[in-house]
Write a protein of this length. Structure first.
Length: 352
């Protein structure tokens, strides 16, 4: 495995995705089993490499995207704690430079965190770190605090790691150091209302562009704290609050806090919302010209509320906005009647 990883990490200017659990003939693993990491993506043929690089360069100039050579990304799948140690040892020898490291969805535990911290110590150019969908837990975040010292990340993903409010002080410590952070993923954890309240004090120096607090058992009690975060995060473009228990009252408060913001996407899916908050939602939609996607799926809106959303889009010319309302109490007959209305923008609004 080490020889295979060494070879792959030596390939510059390409995004690599390796599945450590799969085999490729031609290498010998440290364990003695035959095989090597299987390359899943972005391996270009030598004869086409020059042509592809020119195409990428031309495309990057037109789209303003940084060249791959300045943004090397390594995605590792099929890992376990033991193989993480081997990868760490290989990186020590290869002196590889990464912009993005993804270790998401590997089932990693606290046992491999010293190795991850070692990698972070070596990867001084790292900007994006993805650790979501593992089994790290609260104690891991405390260990990461030391590894992040002096490091300026732009994106951090800690979603779905069983985190609770007990680790929020450590998250706050990380945020205090990460003044360049733009994307923060904390969804699918157990932070709760008290955890969000503590996070408020940490969002001081950053200007986030994306914040994910979905599926964290949030209720009406944390509404003032979320509103305070929004008041500080004036650069926020993407906000995920889905799969919580916010309810109509919270939405009304959020609508006021979001007034004048430049959000591009907002998720309030699965939050026990009803027709009672529709007028507030429509008022918010009308005030945010930048908004392009609103996810209101799996709530309790009825067919009576649907015309309000459509009327809002018609009157304020929100013809580029997608409002997702599937999973609500809107019958097929009500949808068919709405489709007959003389509004060309109807087809953009996805109800079912």
């Amino acid at each position: 495995m080490e020889s295979a990883i060494s070879l792959l990490l030596g390939i510059k200017g390409r995004d690599l995705q390796l599945d450590i659990s799969r085999a490729l003939d031609g290498f010998t693993l440290i364990s003695g089993n035959k095989g090597a990491p299987h390359i899943l993506s972005c391996m270009m043929d030598n004869e086409n490499e020059e042509k592809d690089n020119k195409n990428v360069e031309a495309e990057n100039k037109t789209k303003g995207v940084l060249d791959r050579d300045t943004n090397p990304r390594l995605t590792l799948t099929g890992l376990n704690d033991e193989s993480m140690k081997q990868i760490c040892d290989t990186m020590k020898k290869e002196h590889s430079v990464l912009h993005t490291l993804s270790l998401s969805a590997n089932g990693l535990t606290e046992a491999c965190v010293p190795d991850i911290c070692m990698i972070l110590a070596m990867q001084t150019s790292l900007k994006h770190l993805e650790l979501g969908n593992n089994h790290f837990g609260d104690t891991v975040v405390k260990q990461l605090c030391t590894a992040f010292n002096g490091r300026q990340l732009e994106a951090l993903n800690l979603s779905a790691n069983g985190l609770t409010e007990a680790c929020v002080p450590d998250i706050c410590m990380i945020l205090a150091m990460q003044t360049s952070l733009k994307h923060l993923e904390l969804g699918n954890n157990h932070l709760g209302d008290s955890g969000v309240k503590q996070l408020c004090t940490a969002f001081n120096g950053q200007q986030l562009e994306a914040l994910n607090l979905s599926a964290n058992n949030l209720t009406e009690a944390c509404a003032p704290d979320i509103c305070m975060i929004l008041a500080m995060q004036t650069s926020l473009k993407h906000l995920e609050l889905g799969n919580n228990h916010l309810g109509d009252t919270v939405v009304k408060q959020l609508c006021t806090a979001l007034n004048g913001q430049q959000l591009e996407s907002l998720s309030l899916a699965d939050n026990n919302l009803t027709d009672s908050c529709v007028m507030d939602l429509c008022k918010m939609l009308n005030s945010m010209e930048s908004l392009r996607l609103v996810n209101l799926e799996n709530n309790s809106f009825t067919g009576e509320s649907a015309p309000s959303f459509i009327k809002s889009r018609r009157d304020y010319h929100c013809d580029r906005m997608v409002v997702k309302l599937s999973g609500n109490q809107i019958s097929k007959q009500q949808v068919e009647s709405l489709e007959k209305m003389p509004w060309n923008i109807w087809k953009i609004c996805k109800l079912l």
